[in-house]
Design a protein around this ligand. Sequence first.
Ligand code: SF4
Ligand code: SF4
Length: 179
Amino acid sequence: MTPLHFFPTSKQSEKDARWQATNLAVKKLIYLNQDKLSKAMAIADAICRQLKSIFPLLDELVRVACPWCPEQCCIVNKVWIDFQDLLFWHLIDQPIPVGQLNCGDKAACRYLNHRGCILPRLIRPWACTLYVCATQNKCLAKIGPLVEKQLKTTIQLIKDQRIDMETEFIKAISKTNVT
Ligand code: SF4
Ligand code: SF4
C-alpha cells in the first residue's frame, strides 16, 4: 500500500509527488470501501454543517483583525494539512488543494495572496480554521460571551467529530487488501 505522507519534507517536487500519491491512496481506499463508509460519511457531513455554522463569525474576525496585522500567521506559523483534513475533503467530495502547505519557512503559505487565503474555507486545513489569535480573541470578546462560548463549543465538537470520522474510516478499511 502507498504510504501516506503529511509532514512537509524538504524538496518541493518531492512534497508534491508524495501529495499526489497520498491522495490517490485515500481515494482508492474510499472507492474500495464505499459500502462500509456510511458512518464516516455521515460524520463528515455533520462536520461540514458545523463548519459552515462558524464560517460567518470567522470571516468577521478576519475582517476586523487581519488587515492591520504586523505579523501575519500565514507567513510566520508552520501548519500543515493532516490526514483528517484530507479524509474529510474526500468523504464530502470536495476538490483537494494542489499541494501541502509550505508556510513557516520564512515564506508565505502557497495559498496566501494579497487578499488573504485563496482556499475556500471548507478546504482549508483545520489547523488554520481553529486558530483564533490573541487579536482575534479580543475582537471576539467584544462581540459577546455567548458568541465566544458557542464558537469554543463548536470547535470542540468538530475536534471530537474528526476523531470519530477517522476512527470509523479506519474500522471500515481495516480489512482492505490494497495492492
Ligand atoms: S489571524 Fe491573527 S495573527 Fe493571523 S493575520 Fe489575523 S490578526 Fe494576524
Ligand atoms: S491555507 Fe490559507 S489560512 Fe492556512 S496558512 Fe495557508 S493561506 Fe493561511
